[in-house]
Design a protein around this ligand. Structure first.
Ligand SMILES: Nc1nc2c(ncn2[C@@H]2O[C@H](COP(=O)(O)OP(=O)(O)OP(=O)(O)O)[C@@H](O)[C@H]2O)c(=O)[nH]1
Length: 303
């Protein structure tokens, strides 16, 4: 069974750690083993000290998860997985992180068969969102991108704004991201059932989830793959596929797989000096996972 992973993002001070503490409590009550990867910039993690001893915590302190230390994340996640075999991992990002970059970092082909990204949760500080036009344009754009690329937007500090303002904020966020699940909360607590965590339904079998709009799908090849057929498959990928990456052993290549990258319609291949798992990861909006699986099984020689 794969470990579930949730990405928790949102601007500085939006309430990420406050929510994380609630989620840890919820997972504990559900009897699930939790691990947390925290990314704070600076040499000392204040927040991780607050999480107590119930969760395995690793800190990434020397840069932002989505840019300078992107490669480190797969090592940190693999270590958490190997050392603790958690049921769920929460990744708390810095306020400066772009959700799609973090998603990319958390879906390395090296960990994709063990860890499955279940969702991106962005916290929006309602008081701050209302004032966002005063921020420098790059910050405002990041704040909006964080809301645009999330499965769940948790509206925090709702106690600090009027009902009318809250309604306006919801409308603005829906206009950026019509499929988003909006969840109001005060100090990390929600009225109804929180839309993530706590041992939600697992899909088993084929490795995709169907409720959230940016989906990831991982496939492990058992055989060598015909290069020409693979290239043809890549050329025919639908626009909903945003990114594909992984390692593929081709019929005409030596024993080691080649690194394969695909973004914005452009494929890239590179032979690898090391043994790698023959796994590819596909990231996209509303992926047709069944037809992807069928096509990949065909390439794999499994009918
Ligand atoms: N009024 C109010 N304050 C809140 C709420 N949620 C969190 N806070 C406060 O906001 C501050 C920041 O909360 P954190 O949970 O540390 O936010 P964070 O996103 O982890 O912060 P950074 O790690 O610095 O980015 C704390 O003082 C919280 O007590 C809320 O719903 N209402």
């Amino acid at each position: 069974m794969k470990t579930d992973l949730y990405i928790i993002g949102g601007f500085l001070g939006s309430g990420k750690t406050t929510l994380l503490l609630q989620l840890l409590e919820k997972e504990k009550q559900a009897g699930r083993k939790v691990a947390v990867l925290m990314n704070e910039i600076g040499s000392l993690s204040v927040d991780s000290a607050m999480l107590g001893e119930d969760a395995a915590v690793r800190d990434m302190l020397n840069g932002c998860i989505c840019c300078t230390i992107k490669d480190e994340i797969e090592v940190e996640l693999l270590t958490l997985y190997k050392d603790h075999r958690p049921d769920v991992i929460f990744v708390e990002t810095t306020g400066a992180a772009h959700p799609m970059e973090v998603l990319d970092a958390c879906t390395s082909p090296i960990i994709a068969m063990q860890i499955e990204v279940k969702g991106i949760i962005t916290l929006v500080d309602c008081a701050r969102w209302k004032e966002r036009n005063r921020l420098p344009i790059a910050h405002r754009k990041l704040m909006e991108d964080q809301a645009r690329w999330s499965d769940v937007v948790a509206l925090t500090k709702t106690d600090l704004v009027s009902i009318q303002t809250l309604d306006d904020i919801k409308e603005e966020i829906r206009s950026l991201n019509e499929k988003v699940i909006l969840q109001e909360m005060v100090f990390g607590k929600v009225n109804g059932e929180i839309a993530f965590g706590g041992g939600g339904q697992s899909e088993g079998g084929h490795h995709a989830h169907h409720h959230l709009h940016v989906r990831t799908y991982a496939y492990e090849f058992t055989n060598h793959v015909p290069r020409a057929e693979f290239t043809k498959w890549v050329a025919g990928l639908p626009d909903s596929v945003l990114r594909v990456k992984g390692f593929v052993k081709f019929e005409d290549s030596i024993e080691r797989p080649e690194l394969f990258q695909y973004a914005y319609g452009v494929p890239f291949f590179q032979p690898q000096p090391f043994k790698m798992p023959s796994v590819i990861v596909i990231i996209g909006d509303e992926l047709e996972t069944e037809s992807l699986q069928q096509a990949l099984e065909c390439l794999d020689g499994i009918f």
